[in-house]
Structures are given as C-alpha cells and as structure tokens.
Write a protein of this length. Structure first.
Length: 224
C-alpha cells in the first residue's frame, strides 16, 4: 500500500513540481552541460545522449580535422568534435535558435574547448520553422547560403528536417557526412540515402535512434 501511495504522489510531483527545481550540471555522453538536470534528479549522467552521432564522430574524426556542424543542440557533439580534432583542428557550428546558440557557446566554454571552436548564430539555407522554432526564436540569426559552407573533413547535419535542402544544394565534399534523419519532418532515411549516393558517397553505417519517428543516424564516406 505504501508503494502505491508513493507511486500516486510521484506522478504529479514529477510532472508539475520537479521540472521547476533549480537545475544543475549534467554530463551528456561525457560532456558537461549547465542547467539541464533538476537539482534533486536521481542521476546527472546520461551516457546515451546523441549516441549515434557521438559514436560516429569518435570513429571518424581525426586530430587536425576541420568539422562543420549544422544544428548545435546542447553543444555536446560540438565539444566532442573539438576534443577529437584537437588544437590542430577546428569546428564550426551553426545554430539558428537564439537560446540554443547561447547554450552551445556556454557548453563550449564550460568544457574549455573555446580555442578550436567557432559557434555562429545562423540559419543555413531557407528558413524552416520546424528546424528553428522548435528550440525557440531565431532572433537575430544571420542567413547563410548553403554554397558558402566552408570546406571540411567531416560534416554533421542534425537540423530537424533541413538536411534534405542542404544535401540537395551541397557544394563541398567532406570525407565523411554524418546525418540525423527526421522522417516525421519530411526528411526520410530513403531520401537521405538517395541524395548521398547522388553526391558520390557510399553508406558506411545506419543506426536507428527513434525508428518509429524516422530518426536514424547515417554515416557516409566520399567515394575516392
């Protein structure tokens, strides 16, 4: 009976009270991020966060690589790429949401990889409400043409459906392209596979993140 009472009380606590507690630093796949975990949460370590993209970066980013990331999120993959590329490499991250742009910058500073990372508040390609407003207003984000993206060794696309437009108009030829597909936003796995093939890439790996929503991580290598 006591367990039943605890269960009944815990649901409204978790839904209406817990989220408003002061937040603490959490560790997401080895990267520290501020203000993402309620103070009294049972855990502050999340080793599986963005696991598909993180594993792909760990496999394919070499010291000295130039990495371009479109869609910064919490800044976890930006920091990881910066650590892997090292001070001889460089990471450029584009983030369209004003709040997420600040989040990525803060995560970069917290993890002390400022020297090799540049975070740009910008929307790459045509403005898409789904890819930006999901995380808050774009604010003063600059527009960036797809054909002006810098040359790089690794390109990571985690941009909430905008990956299709970017791949259709891509002018650079990275060694590897890592794409998180968003089927529920019209960016299906099949579409991404076809576009990568048209660009001259061969698929190395496909990992299901949330298969029911069409979210997969695709890794492709440029055909020499």
């Amino acid at each position: 009976m006591l367990n039943l009472i605890r269960s009944i009380l815990r649901d409204p606590f978790d839904r209406f009270i817990h989220p408003y507690f002061t937040k603490k630093i959490g560790v997401f796949n080895g990267v520290a991020v501020r203000e993402q975990v309620p103070l009294f949460n049972d855990t502050d370590v999340f080793p599986d966060y963005e696991s598909g993209i993180c594993r792909s970066l760990q496999t394919h980013v070499d010291t000295g690589d130039e990495v371009v990331i479109i869609g910064g999120g919490l800044g976890v993959t930006t920091v990881l790429a910066g650590e892997l590329a090292g001070t001889e490499g460089h990471v450029t991250t584009y983030e369209g949401s004003a709040s997420q742009y600040e989040r990525v910058r803060d995560t970069v500073q917290l993890n002390r990889v400022d020297d090799q990372i540049e975070v740009i508040h910008a929307v790459v390609g045509t403005y898409r409400e789904e890819s930006v407003e999901k995380y808050g207003s774009s604010g003063s984000a600059d527009p960036v043409d797809i054909d002006s993206l810098p040359e790089c060794d690794i390109l990571e696309l985690d941009c909430e459906g905008a990956e299709i437009e970017i791949l259709k108009n891509l002018c650079i030829s990275p060694r590897y392209i890592i794409v998180e597909t968003h089927g529920f936003l019209g960016a299906s796995l099949n579409d991404v596979e076809e576009l990568l093939a048209e660009l001259g890439y061969t698929l190395l790996d496909i990992q299901a993140e949330v298969a029911s929503e069409g979210i997969h991580v695709v890794v492709a290598e440029r055909i020499q």
